[in-house]
Design a protein around this ligand. Structure first.
Ligand code: 0A1
Ligand code: ZN
Length: 868
């Protein structure tokens, strides 16, 4: 394995030049695209008259010509290799014109200019612009761009870029052109171009100040009637950002394009968002309720970036969470306001615990602001995004809504048009609140999940309850010693009747141990702590299972009710695992069945909440509660718990299933979604029994469902029942949906996650299916990621074949799409947490990968960290 250089935050230096204007011309031909870039540049005034070499980033393409001023440069007069274009010296002010040839059809990495079906498009974040033309590819170089696109009129009737269309027209030979100008200065990672034969859904939005904005969503022609939910979501997001943050849209045009081949969810390019089609296209027949929610959230996220990311951008990539954490916080708040706040909070925290906490316990552990990277692409992580959003949420808690808004206003006022740092952001929050946030800033620089424990002490004499909190964070590769974090904790006190005895208030932990005393309270009182999950910590308490059952039923914070229920489930599963490991018989405690049954009786209340509260944590979430992960025991224990609950409460589940069936099948209102979600939870419990009676119910729902939510829920259950049932359901689902590629992704993923014996063989077979290709990230995610990340029983097969298969696929993918290969490889990250046999087998696969001669830098970074 070749070593690759690390880039360190401490080595940051400003760029020596200023780019006053960028003028790009894309001449699109059948087998290549010719790019001409005219840069107007000057030396940073501080360096005038110095001999400063000009060094631009560059991809592996060939340069055709270089013109400096009006001098054509000969190849010896500039330097150019696969990474860099440079000139030894320049005048103080100059123009540089570089022409190069790109082969978008050969670009399988999906970075820079590439083809997705019949569409040509770009992806530049983080460092893809250098694959288009030589440029200072860094976020702190901001410039106004113009972009001319010339192409065949039949193949590419639609030509799009950032900003406003200023000119277009026909040329000879059935060709045409469009000229776009973006008046806002931007870093090159926000540049975008799209050319293709697309249909458009149009709408308009009038901003608070009366500006009329044209909204356009583009997709392949056959999908244009599936864009209306995305359009509705966009208008909701625009209105919300005005109301909640006083932010209006700033151009006359907002464009979104849906693409089938995309490495991530979507990209916030200025005025021209490019989206994975999965986050645009939906109708009730082909998209689940979760898909609808996902679209609303991602459309909003990209829209919110227009202010947090685009107008104010990053000084360097280490500050990524400045735009991502803040924008995730904003989209979470938006979704909470549009839908159910408690349910949104539960799903956000569940995601954090399921994916970010494990990241902190593996080789990729890094602070929200990383100190170093080899490939920036590898740091679009749960830590930067989700934990980053939690850090913003803590500031929001500490300041309160009004001061936080004042801080945001000042942030926009002070830094508009600039490339800034996390210190700048926290600085304005400190300023408007008059608070010292120095210790708080550790959340950005110190890695790891703090473990916080809470214990109660009651003093009969003074009738006071003391709550003692201790915090500890394990040392890791980033810091060998951890200092205490500044942790906000929201606390209320509740009595046995479920009444609030002490209103909810914010407390702050700043030491290794902090104690808060509550005077004049009765002994039988319950503290409800970390309400709404005030901080991203692993919490342990001295609550017994009985206490937890009480809190599950009576905590006045729905988030904490959910958390209590999940803790109860985890405790129960832990006990079952202990029994399995000791060879003892398994038994589910009566208290748990009782608490569950009581909760199910509350089904007339909030069904969306209830369906979350009564869902067992996934095996992938449960594993995080064990130091050594016993794959089989966890699977067995969870299955046993699910089946026991289903058996003991069969008639209750059936009753609630029937009660929730009334929703109109294409109604996507919150109420209808809530009904479906509780109904399908009941079906999933019943389905675990796999007897003829329930099989019949599931089969009926599968065959007669009026929407994808119900159909998919039933399909998933059938895929686990037995091979006969699965072998009938799979072709039926495929035949019905083969024309819909996004639904076929679901079809792949269900089979990859099946618990049946022969799953790995099925997955291998599916890799040769005519609809599967390693070149499409959605297909790879549907089949290979789903298997490696969400099917622990089969990925961790004792014979090591799950590992072998996955490692082969990673290496295969690395040749096609390094970004996605590196992401997939994180399935090996926690190898040290398994038994010795599995450790050895996983390590062997990592070593085999490490031995490859031509590993991408992306994959190299993941593999080498895992083996360190
Ligand atoms: N900034 C986008 C996500 C994104 C990040 C990286 C990409 O390629 C490496 C693509 C998209 C967002 O947060 O939505
Ligand atoms: Zn983002």
């Amino acid at each position: 394995m070749n070593e690759h250089k690390k880039i360190h935050l401490k080595d940051y230096r400003p760029f020596e030049f200023i780019v006053d204007h960028v003028d790009l011309v894309f001449d699109i031909r059948d087998d290549h695209t010719r790019v001409t870039s005219k840069l107007k540049m000057k030396k940073d005034p501080a360096r005038a008259n110095e001999t400063t070499p000009l060094v631009l980033n560059k991809g592996t393409f060939d340069i055709i010509s270089v013109v400096a001023g009006d001098m054509v440069l000969l190849p010896g007069e500039y330097k150019s290799d696969d990474e860099i274009f440079s000139l030894v010296a320049t005048p103080d002010i100059f123009e540089l014109e570089i022409t190069n040839i790109l082969k978008p059809d050969e670009n399988t990495a999906l970075e820079g200019l590439y083809r997705s079906g019949s569409i040509l498009c770009t992806q530049c974040e983080a460092q893809g612009f250098r694959n288009i033309t030589p440029y200072p590819d860094r976020p702190d170089v901001m410039a106004p761009f113009s972009c001319t696109i010339v192409a065949d009129k039949t193949r590419y009737p639609v030509l799009l870029s950032n900003g406003n269309l200023v000119k277009s027209g026909d040329l000879d030979n059935n060709r045409h052109f469009a000229v776009w100008e973006d008046p806002f200065k931007k870093p090159c990672y926000l540049f975008a171009l799209v050319a293709g034969d697309l249909d458009v859904l149009e709408d308009r939005f009038t901003t608070a100040s009366g500006r009329d904005v044209a909204l356009k969503i583009y997709s392949e022609k056959e999908n244009i009637d599936r864009c209306s939910h995305a359009m509705t979501s966009l208008k909701q997001a625009m209105a919300w950002d005005e109301k909640r943050f006083g932010r209006e849209y700033d151009l006359d045009l907002y464009q979104i394009v849906a693409i089938n081949d995309f490495n991530a969810g979507a990209m916030e390019n200025k005025g021209l968002n490019i989206f994975n089609a999965k986050y645009v296209l939906a109708d009730p027949q082909t998209a689940t309720d979760d898909d609808f929610m996902g679209i609303q959230g991602v459309i909003a996220h990209e829209y919110f970036h227009n202010w947090t990311g685009n107008r104010i951008t990053l000084k360097n990539w280490f500050q990524l969470s400045l735009k991502e954490g803040l924008t995730v916080f904003r989209d979470q708040e938006f979704s909470s306001d549009m839908n159910s706040r408690p349910v949104q909070r539960i799903s956000d925290v569940k995601k954090l615990m399921a994916a970010q906490f494990p990241e902190d316990s593996g080789p990729m552990v890094h602070p929200v602001r990383p100190d170093a990277y080899i490939k920036m692409d590898n740091f679009y992580t749960m830590t930067v995004y989700e934990k980053g959003a939690e850090v913003i949420r803590m500031i929001y808690q500490l300041l309160g809504q009004a001061l936080f808004r004042t801080g945001m206003d000042l942030y926009f006022e002070k830094f508009d048009g600039m490339a800034v740092t996390l210190e700048d952001f926290v600085g304005v929050m400190a300023k408007v609140s008059g608070r010292n946030l120095d210790q708080f800033f550790r959340w950005y620089t110190q890695s790891g999940t703090p473990a916080v424990s809470m214990t109660r002490q009651y003093d009969e004499n003074t009738k006071s309850m003391s709550l003692t909190f201790t915090q500890a964070t394990s040392p890791d590769r980033n810091q060998s010693e951890k200092k205490p974090f500044h942790i906000p904790v929201r606390i209320a006190l509740i009595n046995r009747a479920g009444e609030t005895v002490k209103q909810d208030a914010l407390y702050e932990l700043t030491q290794e141990t902090d104690t808060f005393k509550f005077e004049n309270v009765p002994a039988d009182i319950y503290p409800s702590v970390f309400r709404e999950f005030t901080a991203p910590v692993r919490l342990t308490t001295d609550f017994s299972d009985q206490d937890l059952a009480f809190l599950m039923a009576r905590d006045t914070d729905p988030f904490n009710q959910w958390h209590a229920a999940q803790t109860l489930f985890v405790n129960e599963i832990k006990n079952l695992v202990t029994a399995i490991q000791a060879g003892n018989p398994m038994a589910v405690s009566a208290g748990l069945v009782n608490a569950f049954s009581l909760a199910l009786e509350e089904n007339q209340k909030d069904r969306a909440f209830l369906s979350r509260a009564l869902a067992l944590p996934q095996e992938t979430e449960i594993k995080d509660h064990f130091e050594i992960i016993d794959v089989e025991a966890i699977h067995q224990a969870r299955t046993f718990l699910k089946q026991t609950l289903a058996q003991k409460l069969t008639s209750e589940f059936k009753t609630v299933y029937e009660l929730c069936r009334s929703a109109n099948s294409d109604d996507i209102s919150g109420g209808a979604m809530a009904d479906r979600s509780l109904k399908n939870l009941c079906l999933s419990y019943l389905g675990s029994l796999a007897n003829n009676d329930v099989q019949d119910i599931v089969q009926k729902q599968f065959e007669h469902a009026g929407n994808m939510t119900d159909e998919f829920a039933a399909f998933k259950i059938l895929s686990h029942m037995n091979a006969d049932v699965r072998d009938k359901a799979c072709p039926a689902f495929y035949d019905k949906w083969q024309a819909r590629t996004l639904v076929i992704d679901k079809w792949f993923s269900v089979q990859a996650q099946s618990s049946l014996e022969d799953t790995l063989d099925q997955v291998k077979k599916l890799t040769t299916h005519k609809d599967f290709t390693m070149a499409n990230p959605n297909k790879v995610r549907a089949l290979i990621f789903a298997f490696a990340m969400n099917n622990p029983m089969h990925f961790h097969r004792v014979d090591g074949q799950g590992y072998e298969f996955t490692a082969e696929r990673i290496l295969m993918l690395d040749k096609i799409n390094p970004q996605t290969a590196a992401r997939l490889c994180s399935c090996f990250n926690l190898w040290k947490r398994y038994d010795e046999n599995r450790q050895a087998m996983m390590k062997k696969q990592l070593e085999t990968m490490a031995e490859q001669k031509e590993l991408s830098r992306n994959l190299y970074e993941i593999v080498s960290r895992a083996l360190e």
